[in-house]
Design a protein around this ligand. Structure first.
Ligand code: AKB
Length: 337
């Protein structure tokens, strides 16, 4: 069987590790990975080759590879990007641009389509006030596109860049035989929670940090107010959405960027769930004004009707199933108790 060559950047990160595991379990892929960190043991043997280092320097290596699919996950997340804005721009925007150019070049030269899967974020939205957030309801993709963070600006711009390369730059090749173009597809993720890994540098991190700390019996001071509400998703659903979108027939897609949603909870609701499962947990609230400002600008809920219609998306884990069937059983196995 000929294996499809897949590149996963940011492979050592949370989404990267879960995605590499799922691609390997599916079979049929030769997985090439890239990250500025070494690969963790959990996925080391699943990667045919790992390029470790600054993506902008590593990219030139990949011009000789015949990728059918690129998952470009490498990014500097929202909190980190606010304290190192120019570095974040370089990683988030220049890295994406270079990889889009590589994909466009290869598809043009070898007359083959290349799929380019890009995780965007609820950070691409920007609500100007708490009142606007409370009244916004389920936000659609084209609404409130006024991000207030460097990371959000980077994600929104990269969505546009990918759409440009996909729709306009490649347009001239659609009439050619075989049709070939850079096929850019993106999902806007809410905060993600894995039972196996912890995020770093993000602002939705308070959700997973609180739950992992409670499970380990560590005290946790939550850096946002108790009433803070954004949407979250279990990591297996995040991977499911990337792979569903990857597999969707092109003719079914009415856009390049889709919201995906699972469940919305306040930080206090997270605390209550954590206390129910781990009654000795010590969770307090010590809001950090900068990080609070970031989540206050993100919607409490997003409308994922288009993903549901175009590629049959639905999350497997609502809040109940997330805790009862995924997070708590796995986390108890991991930390004991
Ligand atoms: C972050 O908090 O920066 C990320 C995100 C919501 O994209 N987890």
């Amino acid at each position: 069987m000929t294996l499809k060559k897949a590149l996963v950047t940011g492979a050592s990160g949370e989404i990267g590790q879960a995605l590499v595991q799922e691609l390997a379990a599916r079979g049929g892929y030769e997985i090439i990975t890239a990250d500025y960190m070494p690969l963790p043991d959990s996925i080391k043997r699943l990667s045919a080759e790992h390029a470790q280092g600054d993506l902008l320097y590593e990219i030139k290596k990949f011009y000789d590879y015949d990728f059918e699919i690129i998952f470009h996950l490498a990014a500097s997340l929202s909190s980190k990007a606010e304290v190192a804005a120019e570095a974040a721009h370089r990683i988030n925007v220049e890295g994406t641009m270079q990889l889009l150019m590589l994909a466009a070049y290869r598809s043009e030269k070898y007359k083959k389509p290349i799929k380019f899967l890009f995780p965007s974020s609820i950070a691409a939205y920007g609500l100007p006030s708490l009142e606007a957030k409370q009244n916004a309801g389920f936000v659609k993709e084209e609404e409130w596109s006024d991000p207030q963070t460097m990371y959000g600006c980077n994600k929104l711009y990269c969505e546009k860049l990918g759409t440009y390369y996909s729709r306009f730059y490649g347009q001239k090749h659609l009439d050619e035989t075989p049709p070939h173009f850079l096929d850019f597809r993106s999902v806007r993720f809410p905060g993600l929670i894995s039972a196996f890994t912890l995020p770093s540098g993000g602002t939705s991190d308070y959700g997973p940090e609180m739950l992992h700390a409670a499970a380990q019996g560590r005290a946790y001071a939550c850096f946002v107010r108790a009433d803070t509400k954004i949407s979250f998703m279990a990591m297996p659903d995040a991977i499911k959405s990337l792979l569903l979108l990857m597999d969707a027939p092109r003719e079914n897609l009415t856009r390049s960027v889709y919201n995906v949603n699972a469940f919305s909870l306040t930080a206090e609701e997270f605390r209550q769930r954590a206390m129910r499962a781990f009654p000795k947990a010590q969770i307090t609230f010590e809001p950090n004004p900068h990080r609070q400002g970031i989540v206050d600008s993100w919607p409490a809920d997003v409308d994922d009707a288009r993903a549901r219609k175009d590629w049959n998306w639905s999350a497997d884990y609502d809040a109940e199933r997330f805790f009862d069937d995924y997070f708590l059983p796995q986390i108890k196995k991991r930390y004991g108790g």
